[in-house]
Design a protein around this ligand. Structure first.
Ligand SMILES: [Zn+2]
Length: 433
């Protein structure tokens, strides 16, 4: 048989079918052509996957490509970073300048991505016009143009009635409302997680209740409306137990956690390290452990990067004026693998599920699969090689990270989209023809 790419001898993990076995995978004409012990394959390119994990393409539910907007990232640079990080598809958050709050803006993102992106880009539209929280955006028309979800990320929907209506609409447009849960009156200008670190450094504290109160309100609204709610970047133990509690009421809810919340703590803020300034803030060890456990045991559906890159010039300000955000697309998989698989003994098949079937469930997509005839979107991970995070080598324009120098394993080794390599052996390629 003929193949464009033959992936030889990898550990093929496909959560959609429960497959976890050593096999070859042949890709041809954009599809998975065959899986098994394959002989007599004439392949244009062969990838030796001995000792590697071969999985369906990873989907990131939450990243900031910053276009249109500041030059800290573009659709092009952000999706090169995604390919380097092992992602075949990313959901682009709409808090750009101007925001993606209309059908025309959704179309703009889609067209721009079609010509410049190096991975699949799934646009998210805003919940309210201008992210002002005052008037519902045209959700149905944005959905028609390809918006996969709605979120005012970064500007939580403060008004309860507005959120209730958005959740009612979510049932009509059949798209999730993704909420960044934060009560701004409780955040009140805070800069870091309230606790010993804010006391020690003299920073304005953000109480954990700022996230938790809004998580609780949104969950109650999801229970009452039966709307479709997805909670972004949960970061505290109480947020996670509230989410679990609402599941008991049969609410149509899903949730994600970010790699930095399951792997890192506020201890990294020592010395006023602005690279570790992020919202929700890095928490203490108790919360980190609870977030990691929820990712491991499947209480939460997905791990999402919240990739929020900024240039060094912007990040290297005094703590108060440095912007929130971590450049995370290129460290997400290894940071999570190191914390969960190495650290907690998570099964690699469960790990793969948090980046594939989990995000697909959140978006209402069919589960990504490696079965014959499926789209040839594939992520290959190297569980063994231990390597330090080198932010200067990022493809992202946000060439900084609180994890710089950290030794991680579980690095993505190949990103294959539609049967073409978008990244191979750490080298990003243009896969579009
Ligand atoms: Zn957010």
């Amino acid at each position: 048989m003929k193949a464009d790419i033959l992936i030889k001898g990898g550990r093929v993990i496909d959560p959609s079918s429960g497959t976890d076995t050593i096999a070859d995978v042949a890709l041809y004409d954009g599809l998975v052509a065959a899986v098994g012990r394959l002989e007599g394959v004439f392949a244009k390119e062969t990838v030796d996957a001995d000792g590697m994990v071969v999985a369906p393409g990873f989907i990131d539910l939450h990243c900031h490509l910053r276009e249109p907007g500041p030059a800290d990232e573009t659709i092009e640079s952000g999706t090169l970073a995604a390919a380097a990080g092992g992602f075949t598809a990313v959901c682009a958050m709409p808090n750009t300048t101007p925001p993606v709050d209309s059908p025309a803006m959704v179309e703009f993102i889609r067209l721009k991505a079609a010509s410049e992106a190096n991975v699949r880009v799934l646009p998210i539209g805003t919940i309210t016009k201008g992210r002002q929280g005052l008037e519902l955006a045209e959700l149905a028309l944005m959905a028609e143009k390809g918006a996969v979800a709605f979120s005012d990320d970064g500007s939580p929907v403060a008004d309860g009635e507005m959120m209730r209506r958005a959740l009612e609409y979510s049932k009509i447009v059949r798209r999730p409302i993704i909420e960044h849960c934060e009560d701004m009156s409780l955040t009140n200008g805070g800069e870091a997680n309230e606790g010993p670190v804010t006391t020690w450094l003299g920073l304005n504290p953000i109480p954990r209740a700022s996230e938790e109160c809004m998580v609780a309100r949104n969950l109650v609204l999801a229970i009452r409306t039966r709307g479709r709610l997805h909670l972004a970047h949960l970061s505290t133990e109480l947020s996670i137990s509230l989410f679990n509690w609402a599941k008991g009421y049969g609410a149509d809810i899903t949730a994600e956690v970010a790699p930095h919340h399951l792997a890192l703590t506020e201890a990294l803020l020592a010395g006023y390290e602005t690279y570790a300034k992020v919202n929700p803030p890095l928490r203490g060890e108790e919360d980190r452990a609870a977030v990691a456990l929820a990712a491991k045991n499947g209480l939460i559906d997905a791990i999402a990067t919240d990739h929020a890159p900024w240039s060094d010039e912007k990040k290297k300000k005094e703590f108060k004026s440095a912007p929130n955000g971590i450049s995370g697309l290129e460290t997400a998989v290894a940071m999570s693998w190191t914390a969960l698989v190495n650290g907690l003994g998570m099964a690699p098949s469960d790990f793969v599920a948090r980046f594939t079937t989990g995000p697909a469930r959140v978006l209402g997509f069919a589960p990504p699969s490696l079965s014959e005839g499926s789209a040839a979107d594939i992520t290959i991970i190297d569980p063994k090689t231990v390597r330090a995070v080198e932010p200067m080598d990022f493809a992202s324009r946000g060439k900084n990270s609180p994890a710089g120098g950290m030794q991680l394993s579980g690095w993505p080794r190949a990103t294959i989209i539609s049967g073409r390599a978008a990244m191979l052996d750490g080298v990003v390629r243009r896969w579009r023809v």
